[in-house]
Design a protein around this ligand. Sequence first.
Ligand SMILES: [Zn+2]
Length: 457
Amino acid sequence: MRKKRRIGLFFTIVLILSVLGFLAWFLMTIFEGGNPQIAIQPLPGYLTADQKFSLVVTDTERGLRTIKVTVKQGGREVPVFSQSFPFQGLLNRGGVHRHETEFFLDPSRLNLAQGRVDLEIQVRDYSRRSGGDGNLGLLSHKMTVDTIPPAIRAVSRIHYVNLGGSGLIVYETSSDTDESGLYVKDLFFQGYAASSEGRDGLCVCYFAIPYNMEAKPDIFLWAKDKAGNVSKAGFYCRIRKKRFRQDRINITDRFLKRILPYFATVSFAADSGNKEKFLKINRDLRQKNAETFYDLRTRTSEERLWGDENWARLRNAATMARFADHRTYYYRGKKIDEQVHLGVDLASLAQSPVQATNSGRTIFTGDMGIYGLTVVIDHGQGISSGYSHLSKISVQTGQEISRGEEIGFTGQTGLAGGDHLHFGIMVHGIPVNPIEWWDPHWVEDNILRKLRLLDGK
Ligand SMILES: [Zn+2]
C-alpha cells in the first residue's frame, strides 16, 4: 500500500509540473516580447515630390497584426497607409509573419507645409502583451519638405560669345541655392558666389563655347537646392560663328629623329616605324594630355585671383599658329593625320623668358607629353593659362604667381617644330581663343563691365 501511494504521489507531482510547465510555455508564447521589425527604403532627408517608399515588416513569433503609417507635422497627424492582418490557425501560426508593401508620400496631396515633417511607422503583432495590443515596432524618420525650386535669373543682359571663345554671366540666385552655373548643351560651367565682392546672392560664371560646338546649342542657367530641386533659366546669348584656319604640316624624318628621344617612355608596338610612332604620339598621347588639361579644372580657386590689368602676351613674339587651326599632317607626300591646335604658338628668340599672363597660382608644372615641359596657372573661378614646350621651368606647383612674373623659358620640348611658346587659355578645362583675353577692349566689354555689376554699378 505504501508503495502504491508513493507511485500515486509521484504521478500527481509529474502531472502538476507538466501542467505548470505547459502553462508557463503557453503564457510565454502568447505574451512573447519580440518586437516586429521594420525596414524601409529610401530614407531621404528631403521630400521634394511624390516619393515612393518600400516597406518590409516581419514578426517571427506571433505574427503581424497591423501596420500604420502616418506623417506628423506641427501637431497635425495625417494617415498615409494602414493594413490589418487576420488571426489564423492555432496561436496565429497560419497568420502573416512577413509582409512587403509600398506607399507614396505626395507632399502636395497630403497638404504638407514646407519644413519639418516626421514619418512614423507603427507595427503591432499578435502577442497578448501591452494589455493585449501586442508588441510595438516603431520607426520614425525626420524629413524636410521642400517642393520649391531655387530662383535663378540673369543680371548681366547681353552676351555675345564667339565660337571657340569665352563668356561671363552675372546672375542672381535665391538663398537656398546649393549649386549653380550654366550649361552649354551638356557641358557644365560652375558658377561662384560673389558675396564677398558685393550684393548677396550674386554669382559669376565664366563659360566657353567650344570651337567645335554645334551652331545653336541649348544654353541655360541652372540651380539646385539642398533638397535636390532644380531650376533652369534662359538668358540672352548670341553665338558668333567663326571660321578657323587650315594648316598643312610636313613631318620629315629629320624632325622625327629629333623629337622621338623625348618620347622614350611611350611604349610603342614592336614593329612600329617612325611614322607609326609619330601617329601614336600625335593621337593617343595628345588625347591623354587633353584629358590631363581638362582634369586640372577641378583645381581652380573659388576666388578670382587675377587683377584688372591686361592679360600679357609673350614679348616681341610672332604668331606662328593660331587657336583651332585645323592641321593636316603629311609624311613623304601622303596625308597621315588631322588634329586641331588648341592654343596659340608664339615665337621669339630661342630660350626667351616667359611671363605669367596674369596673377594666379600654379596648378601644374612638369612634363605633359606632346606639350613638353608645361606650366599651368589657375586664375580662379575656372580660368587658367598654359605655357608649353618650355626649355626650363622656374616655378613650383602650388606657388602664388604675380602678373608678369617669370615662370620659365621658351624651348622645343615635346612635339615642337622649333623653339616657341605654345600658349593656351582654358575656361573650366575647355580650351578657348587666347586672343580675346589679350585684347583689353574685349576684356573690358565682356568681362570687367559685367564684374562691375557686382558692385551695383
Ligand atoms: Zn602649339
